[in-house]
Ligand binder design. Structure first.
Ligand code: ATP
Ligand code: MG
Ligand code: ZN
Length: 327
Protein backbone atom coordinates (compact mmCIF):
# COMPACT_ATOMS: atom_id res chain seq x y z
CA UNK A 1 0.00 0.00 0.00
CA UNK A 2 1.42 3.43 -0.87
CA UNK A 3 1.37 6.37 1.51
CA UNK A 4 -1.34 8.11 -0.53
CA UNK A 5 -3.63 5.10 -0.34
CA UNK A 6 -3.23 5.00 3.39
CA UNK A 7 -4.00 8.69 3.79
CA UNK A 8 -7.11 8.33 1.70
CA UNK A 9 -8.41 5.44 3.71
CA UNK A 10 -7.86 7.34 6.98
CA UNK A 11 -9.76 10.28 5.50
CA UNK A 12 -12.53 7.99 4.38
CA UNK A 13 -12.74 6.45 7.78
CA UNK A 14 -13.02 9.87 9.35
CA UNK A 15 -15.76 10.78 6.91
CA UNK A 16 -17.59 7.62 7.77
CA UNK A 17 -17.26 8.32 11.50
CA UNK A 18 -18.63 11.83 10.95
CA UNK A 19 -21.55 10.38 9.06
CA UNK A 20 -22.14 7.90 11.85
CA UNK A 21 -22.12 10.64 14.50
CA UNK A 22 -24.48 12.81 12.49
CA UNK A 23 -26.77 9.81 12.07
CA UNK A 24 -26.92 9.03 15.81
CA UNK A 25 -27.40 12.71 16.63
CA UNK A 26 -30.23 13.08 14.17
CA UNK A 27 -31.91 9.93 15.41
CA UNK A 28 -31.62 11.01 19.02
CA UNK A 29 -32.90 14.50 18.36
CA UNK A 30 -35.93 13.15 16.60
CA UNK A 31 -37.43 11.39 19.61
CA UNK A 32 -40.46 12.94 21.23
CA UNK A 33 -42.37 11.88 24.32
CA UNK A 34 -45.20 13.66 26.07
CA UNK A 35 -48.83 13.42 27.07
CA UNK A 36 -51.78 13.79 24.73
CA UNK A 37 -52.42 17.37 25.86
CA UNK A 38 -48.80 18.31 25.10
CA UNK A 39 -49.12 16.55 21.77
CA UNK A 40 -52.29 18.48 20.87
CA UNK A 41 -50.68 21.72 21.98
CA UNK A 42 -47.19 21.44 20.51
CA UNK A 43 -47.01 18.78 17.81
CA UNK A 44 -50.37 18.57 16.08
CA UNK A 45 -50.67 22.26 15.07
CA UNK A 46 -47.38 22.08 13.16
CA UNK A 47 -48.74 19.56 10.64
CA UNK A 48 -52.31 18.33 11.22
CA UNK A 49 -52.54 17.00 7.66
CA UNK A 50 -49.41 14.90 8.06
CA UNK A 51 -50.50 13.49 11.38
CA UNK A 52 -53.85 12.16 10.22
CA UNK A 53 -52.37 10.39 7.16
CA UNK A 54 -53.56 6.86 6.45
CA UNK A 55 -51.01 4.12 5.77
CA UNK A 56 -51.64 4.47 2.03
CA UNK A 57 -51.09 8.21 2.15
CA UNK A 58 -47.96 7.66 4.19
CA UNK A 59 -46.55 5.17 1.68
CA UNK A 60 -47.43 7.47 -1.17
CA UNK A 61 -45.70 10.42 0.54
CA UNK A 62 -42.68 8.20 1.11
CA UNK A 63 -42.55 7.28 -2.58
CA UNK A 64 -42.87 10.94 -3.56
CA UNK A 65 -40.15 11.87 -1.10
CA UNK A 66 -37.74 9.55 -2.95
CA UNK A 67 -38.68 10.92 -6.36
CA UNK A 68 -36.55 13.44 -8.09
CA UNK A 69 -36.61 15.44 -11.28
CA UNK A 70 -34.80 13.98 -14.23
CA UNK A 71 -33.20 16.25 -16.80
CA UNK A 72 -36.17 15.86 -19.15
CA UNK A 73 -38.56 17.19 -16.52
CA UNK A 74 -39.93 13.68 -15.82
CA UNK A 75 -40.18 12.31 -12.33
CA UNK A 76 -38.29 9.13 -11.64
CA UNK A 77 -39.06 6.93 -8.69
CA UNK A 78 -35.74 7.10 -6.90
CA UNK A 79 -36.66 4.34 -4.51
CA UNK A 80 -36.36 1.63 -7.15
CA UNK A 81 -33.96 3.30 -9.54
CA UNK A 82 -30.70 1.72 -8.41
CA UNK A 83 -31.95 -1.81 -7.87
CA UNK A 84 -34.58 -2.76 -10.39
CA UNK A 85 -34.03 -2.41 -14.09
CA UNK A 86 -36.39 -2.84 -17.00
CA UNK A 87 -39.44 -2.94 -14.77
CA UNK A 88 -40.50 0.65 -15.32
CA UNK A 89 -43.97 -0.22 -16.45
CA UNK A 90 -44.69 -2.54 -13.52
CA UNK A 91 -43.22 -0.07 -11.06
CA UNK A 92 -45.32 2.71 -12.52
CA UNK A 93 -48.44 0.59 -11.95
CA UNK A 94 -47.46 0.00 -8.33
CA UNK A 95 -46.90 3.73 -7.95
CA UNK A 96 -50.30 4.39 -9.57
CA UNK A 97 -51.91 2.10 -7.03
CA UNK A 98 -50.50 4.16 -4.17
CA UNK A 99 -51.37 7.44 -5.83
CA UNK A 100 -54.99 6.38 -6.24
CA UNK A 101 -55.27 4.76 -2.80
CA UNK A 102 -53.81 7.87 -1.15
CA UNK A 103 -56.38 10.01 -2.92
CA UNK A 104 -59.12 7.90 -1.35
CA UNK A 105 -60.01 5.75 -4.35
CA UNK A 106 -61.62 2.36 -3.93
CA UNK A 107 -58.36 0.60 -4.82
CA UNK A 108 -57.17 1.38 -1.31
CA UNK A 109 -59.72 -1.16 -0.14
CA UNK A 110 -57.97 -3.94 -2.05
CA UNK A 111 -54.68 -5.55 -1.42
CA UNK A 112 -51.82 -5.25 -3.87
CA UNK A 113 -50.72 -8.56 -5.33
CA UNK A 114 -47.42 -8.81 -7.18
CA UNK A 115 -47.46 -11.69 -9.60
CA UNK A 116 -44.51 -12.84 -11.67
CA UNK A 117 -41.90 -15.51 -12.39
CA UNK A 118 -39.18 -16.56 -9.93
CA UNK A 119 -36.46 -13.92 -9.57
CA UNK A 120 -38.68 -11.36 -11.23
CA UNK A 121 -37.94 -8.74 -8.61
CA UNK A 122 -41.09 -9.08 -6.48
CA UNK A 123 -39.32 -9.57 -3.16
CA UNK A 124 -36.83 -6.87 -4.07
CA UNK A 125 -39.60 -4.37 -4.74
CA UNK A 126 -41.18 -5.11 -1.36
CA UNK A 127 -37.82 -4.86 0.41
CA UNK A 128 -37.23 -1.46 -1.17
CA UNK A 129 -40.63 -0.24 0.02
CA UNK A 130 -39.84 -1.46 3.53
CA UNK A 131 -36.41 0.20 3.64
CA UNK A 132 -37.95 3.37 2.23
CA UNK A 133 -40.55 3.43 5.01
CA UNK A 134 -37.92 2.92 7.69
CA UNK A 135 -35.82 5.76 6.36
CA UNK A 136 -38.75 8.09 5.78
CA UNK A 137 -40.00 7.67 9.34
CA UNK A 138 -36.78 9.35 10.58
CA UNK A 139 -37.33 12.49 8.54
CA UNK A 140 -39.35 15.49 9.68
CA UNK A 141 -41.85 15.02 6.89
CA UNK A 142 -42.26 11.36 7.83
CA UNK A 143 -42.78 11.87 11.58
CA UNK A 144 -45.33 9.42 12.99
CA UNK A 145 -46.79 9.49 16.48
CA UNK A 146 -48.38 6.74 18.47
CA UNK A 147 -49.73 5.98 21.92
CA UNK A 148 -46.78 4.82 23.98
CA UNK A 149 -47.16 1.21 25.02
CA UNK A 150 -49.93 0.48 22.54
CA UNK A 151 -49.51 -2.94 20.93
CA UNK A 152 -50.59 -1.53 17.56
CA UNK A 153 -48.82 1.86 17.95
CA UNK A 154 -52.12 3.52 17.13
CA UNK A 155 -52.63 7.20 16.43
CA UNK A 156 -52.98 9.26 19.62
CA UNK A 157 -55.98 10.96 17.98
CA UNK A 158 -57.97 7.76 18.54
CA UNK A 159 -58.15 8.93 22.15
CA UNK A 160 -60.34 11.88 21.19
CA UNK A 161 -63.93 10.88 22.03
CA UNK A 162 -66.41 10.77 19.17
CA UNK A 163 -68.51 13.50 20.66
CA UNK A 164 -65.57 15.92 20.46
CA UNK A 165 -64.47 14.95 16.96
CA UNK A 166 -66.65 17.46 15.06
CA UNK A 167 -65.19 20.36 17.03
CA UNK A 168 -61.72 18.85 16.60
CA UNK A 169 -62.30 18.90 12.86
CA UNK A 170 -63.39 22.55 13.00
CA UNK A 171 -60.33 23.52 15.02
CA UNK A 172 -57.61 21.69 13.11
CA UNK A 173 -59.29 21.28 9.74
CA UNK A 174 -58.75 17.52 9.60
CA UNK A 175 -60.89 14.47 10.30
CA UNK A 176 -60.05 11.68 12.70
CA UNK A 177 -60.78 8.13 11.69
CA UNK A 178 -60.22 5.08 13.81
CA UNK A 179 -61.12 3.64 17.16
CA UNK A 180 -59.04 3.08 20.24
CA UNK A 181 -57.77 -0.50 20.66
CA UNK A 182 -59.01 -2.73 23.50
CA UNK A 183 -55.62 -2.61 25.21
CA UNK A 184 -55.50 1.20 25.43
CA UNK A 185 -59.20 1.30 26.27
CA UNK A 186 -58.54 -0.81 29.35
CA UNK A 187 -55.40 1.12 30.28
CA UNK A 188 -57.24 4.41 30.00
CA UNK A 189 -59.82 3.10 32.41
CA UNK A 190 -57.54 1.43 34.93
CA UNK A 191 -54.39 3.55 34.89
CA UNK A 192 -55.66 6.98 33.90
CA UNK A 193 -59.24 6.97 35.23
CA UNK A 194 -60.51 7.99 31.77
CA UNK A 195 -58.31 11.10 31.73
CA UNK A 196 -57.29 10.63 28.12
CA UNK A 197 -55.30 13.87 28.03
CA UNK A 198 -52.71 12.26 30.28
CA UNK A 199 -52.11 9.21 28.08
CA UNK A 200 -48.46 9.08 26.95
CA UNK A 201 -47.68 9.75 23.29
CA UNK A 202 -44.35 9.21 21.55
CA UNK A 203 -42.83 9.56 18.14
CA UNK A 204 -42.64 6.12 16.53
CA UNK A 205 -40.24 4.87 13.93
CA UNK A 206 -40.92 2.23 11.35
CA UNK A 207 -38.69 -0.76 11.85
CA UNK A 208 -39.06 -4.25 10.53
CA UNK A 209 -36.73 -5.71 13.15
CA UNK A 210 -38.51 -3.75 15.87
CA UNK A 211 -41.89 -5.04 14.64
CA UNK A 212 -43.12 -1.51 14.33
CA UNK A 213 -45.01 -0.55 11.18
CA UNK A 214 -43.88 -3.59 9.19
CA UNK A 215 -45.22 -7.12 9.55
CA UNK A 216 -44.34 -10.13 7.46
CA UNK A 217 -46.20 -13.38 7.14
CA UNK A 218 -45.08 -16.45 5.23
CA UNK A 219 -47.19 -19.59 5.33
CA UNK A 220 -45.34 -22.66 6.48
CA UNK A 221 -46.74 -26.13 6.32
CA UNK A 222 -50.46 -25.63 5.64
CA UNK A 223 -51.47 -28.20 8.23
CA UNK A 224 -49.72 -26.33 11.01
CA UNK A 225 -50.24 -22.81 9.67
CA UNK A 226 -51.31 -20.96 12.71
CA UNK A 227 -53.81 -18.17 13.03
CA UNK A 228 -51.72 -16.88 15.93
CA UNK A 229 -48.82 -15.91 13.65
CA UNK A 230 -51.09 -13.45 11.93
CA UNK A 231 -53.69 -12.46 14.50
CA UNK A 232 -52.17 -13.37 17.87
CA UNK A 233 -53.59 -15.65 20.55
CA UNK A 234 -54.37 -15.78 24.23
CA UNK A 235 -51.20 -15.71 26.30
CA UNK A 236 -51.86 -18.53 28.73
CA UNK A 237 -49.27 -17.40 31.26
CA UNK A 238 -51.08 -14.08 31.54
CA UNK A 239 -54.58 -15.51 31.44
CA UNK A 240 -53.84 -16.96 34.89
CA UNK A 241 -52.74 -13.54 36.10
CA UNK A 242 -55.68 -11.56 34.74
CA UNK A 243 -58.19 -14.35 35.15
CA UNK A 244 -59.92 -13.87 31.82
CA UNK A 245 -59.09 -14.79 28.24
CA UNK A 246 -60.98 -11.73 27.08
CA UNK A 247 -58.64 -9.38 28.92
CA UNK A 248 -56.57 -7.49 26.35
CA UNK A 249 -53.57 -7.67 28.66
CA UNK A 250 -53.74 -11.45 28.45
CA UNK A 251 -53.68 -11.41 24.67
CA UNK A 252 -50.41 -11.97 22.87
CA UNK A 253 -50.24 -9.11 20.37
CA UNK A 254 -47.41 -10.68 18.46
CA UNK A 255 -49.32 -11.36 15.23
CA UNK A 256 -48.02 -9.86 12.00
CA UNK A 257 -51.17 -7.73 11.49
CA UNK A 258 -50.47 -5.86 14.74
CA UNK A 259 -46.80 -5.32 13.91
CA UNK A 260 -47.85 -3.94 10.52
CA UNK A 261 -50.28 -1.39 11.93
CA UNK A 262 -49.60 2.16 10.57
CA UNK A 263 -47.36 0.77 7.83
CA UNK A 264 -47.40 -2.32 5.65
CA UNK A 265 -48.10 -6.01 5.91
CA UNK A 266 -46.12 -8.24 3.59
CA UNK A 267 -47.85 -11.50 2.73
CA UNK A 268 -45.51 -13.98 1.09
CA UNK A 269 -47.19 -16.57 -1.15
CA UNK A 270 -50.63 -15.43 -0.19
CA UNK A 271 -52.39 -18.03 -2.32
CA UNK A 272 -51.08 -20.75 -0.01
CA UNK A 273 -52.69 -19.09 2.98
CA UNK A 274 -55.72 -20.84 4.43
CA UNK A 275 -59.08 -19.63 3.24
CA UNK A 276 -60.23 -18.56 6.71
CA UNK A 277 -57.20 -16.28 6.98
CA UNK A 278 -58.06 -14.75 3.65
CA UNK A 279 -61.52 -13.79 4.91
CA UNK A 280 -59.94 -12.00 7.84
CA UNK A 281 -57.48 -10.24 5.53
CA UNK A 282 -60.31 -9.23 3.24
CA UNK A 283 -62.15 -7.60 6.14
CA UNK A 284 -58.91 -5.95 7.19
CA UNK A 285 -58.40 -4.31 3.79
CA UNK A 286 -62.03 -3.39 3.26
CA UNK A 287 -63.16 -2.36 6.71
CA UNK A 288 -59.83 -1.66 8.39
CA UNK A 289 -60.55 -3.91 11.32
CA UNK A 290 -60.07 -7.43 12.59
CA UNK A 291 -62.26 -9.52 14.81
CA UNK A 292 -60.49 -11.94 17.08
CA UNK A 293 -62.06 -14.22 19.66
CA UNK A 294 -63.41 -12.23 22.57
CA UNK A 295 -62.58 -8.71 21.57
CA UNK A 296 -64.68 -6.12 19.87
CA UNK A 297 -63.51 -5.13 16.41
CA UNK A 298 -59.95 -3.86 16.47
CA UNK A 299 -59.29 -0.94 14.15
CA UNK A 300 -56.08 -1.35 12.14
CA UNK A 301 -54.83 0.84 9.34
CA UNK A 302 -52.22 -0.91 7.20
CA UNK A 303 -51.38 -1.50 3.55
CA UNK A 304 -51.27 -5.13 2.50
CA UNK A 305 -48.81 -6.17 -0.18
CA UNK A 306 -48.71 -9.77 -1.27
CA UNK A 307 -46.40 -11.57 -3.62
CA UNK A 308 -46.80 -14.86 -5.29
CA UNK A 309 -45.05 -17.08 -7.78
CA UNK A 310 -46.69 -16.81 -11.16
CA UNK A 311 -47.01 -19.73 -13.53
CA UNK A 312 -46.41 -17.84 -16.75
CA UNK A 313 -43.36 -15.93 -17.93
CA UNK A 314 -42.96 -12.19 -18.06
CA UNK A 315 -42.21 -9.52 -15.54
CA UNK A 316 -43.57 -8.97 -12.08
CA UNK A 317 -47.07 -7.69 -12.63
CA UNK A 318 -49.00 -5.84 -9.98
CA UNK A 319 -52.61 -7.00 -9.77
CA UNK A 320 -55.23 -5.44 -7.67
CA UNK A 321 -58.21 -6.12 -9.87
CA UNK A 322 -58.68 -2.39 -9.80
CA UNK A 323 -59.96 -0.33 -12.71
CA UNK A 324 -56.88 1.91 -12.75
CA UNK A 325 -54.74 -1.08 -13.54
CA UNK A 326 -56.35 -1.55 -16.94
CA UNK A 327 -55.17 0.83 -19.54
N1 ATP B 1 -35.47 -6.05 -12.76
C1 ATP B 1 -34.41 -6.36 -12.02
N2 ATP B 1 -33.33 -5.56 -12.01
C2 ATP B 1 -32.24 -5.87 -11.27
N3 ATP B 1 -32.15 -6.96 -10.50
C3 ATP B 1 -33.20 -7.78 -10.44
C4 ATP B 1 -34.39 -7.53 -11.20
N4 ATP B 1 -35.25 -8.52 -10.97
C5 ATP B 1 -34.66 -9.34 -10.09
N5 ATP B 1 -33.42 -8.91 -9.77
C6 ATP B 1 -32.48 -9.54 -8.86
O1 ATP B 1 -32.73 -10.93 -8.88
C7 ATP B 1 -32.68 -11.47 -7.59
C8 ATP B 1 -33.97 -12.19 -7.26
O2 ATP B 1 -35.05 -11.25 -7.23
P1 ATP B 1 -36.26 -11.37 -6.22
O3 ATP B 1 -35.90 -12.23 -5.07
O4 ATP B 1 -36.73 -10.00 -5.94
O5 ATP B 1 -37.31 -12.10 -7.15
P2 ATP B 1 -38.76 -12.68 -6.77
O6 ATP B 1 -39.66 -12.19 -7.84
O7 ATP B 1 -39.11 -12.36 -5.38
O8 ATP B 1 -38.52 -14.22 -6.95
P3 ATP B 1 -39.30 -15.43 -6.25
O9 ATP B 1 -40.57 -15.53 -7.01
O10 ATP B 1 -38.40 -16.58 -6.50
O11 ATP B 1 -39.48 -15.11 -4.82
C9 ATP B 1 -32.41 -10.33 -6.64
O12 ATP B 1 -31.06 -10.35 -6.28
C10 ATP B 1 -32.73 -9.10 -7.44
O13 ATP B 1 -31.89 -8.03 -7.08
MG1 MG C 1 -39.57 -13.58 -3.67
ZN1 ZN D 1 -53.84 1.03 21.56
Amino acid sequence: MTGLDKELSVGERENFMHGLLAFTKEHKAAHWLGTLDEFLDKVLPTDPQGIVRTSHQYLWDMIRWTRHDQCDGQLSTGLFADELFGLDESIERVVDYFRAAAAGSEVGRRLLLLLGPPSGGKSTLVILLKRGLEEYSYTNAGALYGIKGCPVHESPLHLIPHILRPSFCETYGVDISGEICPYCRMRLDQEFQENFLKMPVERIFISEAGRSGIGTYAPHDPTTADLADLFGSADLSKVAEFGDEGDPRAWSWSGAVYAASRGMLEMIEILKVKREFLYLLLTLTQEKNVKVSRFPLIYLDETIIAHELGGSGGQARPQSGAPIQRR
